[in-house]
Design a protein around this ligand. Structure first.
Ligand SMILES: Nc1ncnc2c1ncn2[C@@H]1O[C@H](COP(=O)(O)OP(=O)(O)OP(=O)(O)O)[C@@H](O)[C@H]1O
Length: 429
């Protein structure tokens, strides 16, 4: 009779467990390495990106079929165009052939597709004979700075790592954005930076967040609301511009072509929030007057160091009069905008750009003068940050008191200065 064998499962547990570990542990480690590599943009991530590129070419038919004939049979071979991929930690370089051959037009417009498939931001295109390289910025959020780093140095306001507003080079700013996108925070951040180097006048037609600044001694006579006072603020700015030109001409070191910074004159900023809503409520007569001032400022004020910042929800051309919007050279959008809103902010020639809306406060796009809008994150404001308390710590604004000096000048000298800078307005305030 055969004896029944009893298996000692307990004794087998150890070798089974060991076997399991030997087989699955390396697999687990591999999966982990792949995952970490993906999260950190490492080797496997780059392999995956290259695979995506190959799939894009294949599924869009961007290859040629060539027949290879051997003695026995004919086989088909896929010949792909020469597409180059390079990924540095910050920028993805994708080079495609634009050599007039079969897919020339498709490759001319492919930047938008690259942006969407890699969730990267197209920042530049470099053309060489026969090739175009698209530069896409990855991990833009890592370039975000905190409000404490948003400062002005040598006429440049630092807004992000690698993004500055050089107000003398790219004068006047347009800020657009839907409700809750971060427009007010951004304007307050700008005010906080600009007030340390110059004069800031604030117009708040809606009498909302910016109006609160009037409670600060620092902003005494620099906060305006109500049509009459906003008009007056803009008129003052034009007069200030005229005075500055006369002043610069009268200086012993006057040099043709030099700007306010050369003479040590502090910049002067006028910020108008909710521009379109305000402009829409004005009568034709009021609109005419305001547009006259705004046009003078955007066309002539740069050299004198007077800069306009207009913020609005939608920058429809009707609310800007001829040419004003085009002369606000630094553009920022914050929060979600419609496609139309983006084209109105950055120009309709941006149709090859993918504007992607993300649910993030203070995120949007900016064109710092290059003509190519790029993803933008406004300086991060900590949760408990108190703008009024921070601004209260700043003693005074930098202003230029030139009225007295001008009173000593003769009418001939003043008129001569006006004609030197092509100014129409002879009367000085
Ligand atoms: N740069 C930022 N850093 C941190 N939080 C921000 C930033 N920008 C916006 N937020 C958050 O988003 C909220 C809304 O921002 P904000 O008031 O600036 O929007 P808005 O576009 O001016 O909206 P509205 O037009 O309705 O006033 C803020 O209360 C804040 O919590």
């Amino acid at each position: 009779m055969q004896q029944r064998q009893i298996i000692d499962w307990i004794a087998l547990l150890v070798p089974i467990g060991g076997l399991f570990l030997i087989l699955f542990l390396p697999l687990l480690v591999l999966v982990m390495i792949r995952r970490v590599s993906f999260l950190k943009g490492g080797f496997f991530y780059r392999v995956y990106q290259r695979q995506m590129l190959a799939r894009l070419l294949k599924s869009n038919g961007l290859y040629e079929k060539k027949e290879r004939k051997s003695k026995e049979q004919a086989t088909e071979k896929m010949v792909f165009p020469k597409v180059y991929y390079r990924n540095t930690k910050e920028i993805l370089y994708l080079t495609v052939p634009t050599d007039g051959m079969k897919w020339h037009d498709r490759f001319q417009k492919i930047a938008k597709t690259f942006e969407e498939m890699y969730i990267a931001d197209f920042i530049e295109e470099q053309k060489e004979m026969g090739f175009t390289t698209y530069l896409l910025m990855i991990d833009v959020i890592s370039k975000r700075i905190g409000i404490e780093d948003c400062i002005v140095t040598n006429g440049q306001v630092k807004l992000m790592d690698g993004v500055v507003w050089d107000y003398a080079e790219v004068p006047h700013m347009l800020v657009t954005g839907g409700t809750g996108g971060g427009k007010s925070y951004f304007l307050l951040t700008l005010i906080h930076a600009l007030i340390q180097v110059g004069t800031v006048d604030v117009c708040d037609p809606k009498e909302a967040d910016l109006k609160d600044l009037e409670s600060l001694h620092l902003f005494k006579n620099h906060v305006f609301y109500g049509t009459k006072w906003i008009t007056k603020c803009l008129k003052n700015a034009v007069e200030e511009m005229n005075r500055r030109y006369v002043y610069m001409k009268a200086l012993p070191n006057y040099t043709t072509g030099k700007n306010f910074a050369y003479y040590g004159i502090p910049p002067y900023f006028i910020i108008v929030d909710e521009w379109a809503a305000f402009f829409g409520t004005l009568t034709y007569k009021e609109q005419d007057e305001i547009l006259r001032y705004v046009k003078e400022l955007v066309l002539k004020a740069r050299q004198a160091g007077v800069f306009l910042i207009l913020a609005t929800q939608r920058p429809d051309a009707d609310n800007f009069g001829g040419g004003v919007r085009d002369n606000l050279l630094f553009r920022v959008s914050l929060g979600k905008l419609s496609e139309q809103g983006y084209y109105m902010t950055f120009g309709s020639d941006q149709k090859g750009k993918a504007f992607i809306n993300k649910r993030m406060k203070g995120r949007g796009y900016c064109d710092s003068g290059s003509g190519v809008p790029r993803e933008f994150y406004a300086p991060l404001v900590p949760k408990k940050y108190d703008f009024l308390a921070e601004l209260r710590q700043i003693g005074t604004m930098q202003t230029l008191n030139i009225k007295e000096l001008l009173q000593e000048m003769t009418t001939e000298e003043i008129n001569e200065a006006h004609s030197a800078f092509g100014l129409s307005q002879k009367k000085l305030g």
